[in-house]
Design a protein around this ligand. Structure first.
Ligand SMILES: *Cc1c(COP(=O)(O)O)cnc(C)c1O
Length: 325
């Protein structure tokens, strides 16, 4: 197996992020519920994309890139963090965003503060967004620039390395705390975080089941398995990812980036029990899915469960949460 340290990485985050037991939620649920605070990765408003960008932007720099392009929805946390990290490395960033849903506020404000150029493509399909990215890249090359493109969510094998590494970080922290996680739960949006964590769990957290909560209707069982296999090859790690490693539950609500009442209730519950902000697009829905699974008995055999908080606070200032029932 290759060491993850053999892959180019630019330290951008403040790592390790905290991992600790949620006292009130544990009492309420009758289990030991732990949280991994990847909403505190130390760039912008924090979030999971920083770990991916450490590897992706290292690759960009190795290729001599001076401008980074990425794509996403109008409130993309990934695009905002790409802008923040690129700025820090002295690279220009161009965010090609799919025009849908809320168009102002939240992460769009932050994109501007971080100095990104934002291009809105008025479409519902990523094909058109990627076509616009290609067009911009050709234009930049003709001007003598060196562009580097990151697909939606940074969910390519090099990005997944960030979450293989996170699983190792979790294993070290679990050892220090003397806990053995039975399950780890995370949100799934483009699949890279879950693929990295699930491969990492197979390598470093034996006995821990990796449970993903899908927040949009892509076929994540296949997508994650594909990413796990490619990442395992990249790492030459000798483990064979299998369909049985993957446990995907969906909590989409009315649609991607549209709040669900259960997701909003979960945001309020975590805030009031623990003083921690989840968001209505990813982590609130992931928590709602976790509570649903728990209600169905899916964690009955488990004692120690880790929720990986992947960030997303920017959406709280852009996505209207319906009033409390
Ligand atoms: C992108 C994102 C996710 C999902 O991660 P993927 O690697 O895209 O599946 C989860 N939570 C937040 C806050 C995100 O921004």
């Amino acid at each position: 197996m290759k060491q993850i340290t053999e892959f180019p990485n630019i330290p951008l985050g403040i790592l390790p992020t905290p991992l600790y037991r949620l006292e009130n939620l544990s009492r309420e649920l009758g289990k030991n519920i732990y949280i991994k605070r990847d909403d505190m990765t130390g760039v912008g408003l924090g979030g999971n994309k920083v770990r991916k960008l450490e590897f992706l932007l290292a690759e960009a720099r190795a290729q001599g890139a001076d401008v980074v392009l990425t794509a996403g929805g109008p409130q993309s946390n990934h695009a905002m963090l790409t802008a923040a990290c690129a700025a820090r490395l002295g690279m220009e960033s161009i965010l090609v965003l799919k025009k849908r849903g809320t168009l102002t506020g939240g992460n769009l404000i932050l994109d501007g503060i971080f100095g990104a150029s934002v291009r809105m493509v008025d479409t519902d399909s990523y094909e058109e967004v990627y076509a616009e990215m290609e067009r911009l890249m050709a234009q930049l090359r003709s001007q003598g620039r060196t562009p580097y493109a990151i697909p939606v969510g940074g969910s390519v094998p090099v990005g997944c390395l960030g979450y293989v590494n996170c699983a190792r970080e979790i294993a070290n922290q679990a050892e220090e705390l003397g806990v053995h996680f039975d399950a780890i739960v995370s949100a799934v949006g483009s699949g890279g975080t879950y693929a990295g964590l699930t491969l990492g769990a197979k390598l470093f957290l034996p006995g821990a089941r990796s449970v993903g909560v899908g927040v949009c209707d892509d076929p994540f069982a296949e997508i994650s398995l594909g990413l796990m296999q490619e990442t395992a090859r990249l790492l030459d790690c000798g483990v064979q990812p299998e369909a049985g490693d993957i446990h995907i539950h969906y909590h989409i609500g009315p649609g991607y980036a549209m709040p669900s009442s259960e997701g909003c209730a979960a945001v309020r519950r975590l805030a009031r029990a623990e003083g921690i902000l989840a968001d209505p697009v990813y982590t609130g829905k992931a928590l709602a899915g976790f509570f649903e699974l728990m209600g169905q008995g899916a964690f009955d055999q488990d004692n120690d469960i880790l929720f990986v908080h992947t960030g997303g606070a920017g959406a709280l200032f852009a996505v209207e949460m319906p009033a409390e029932a």
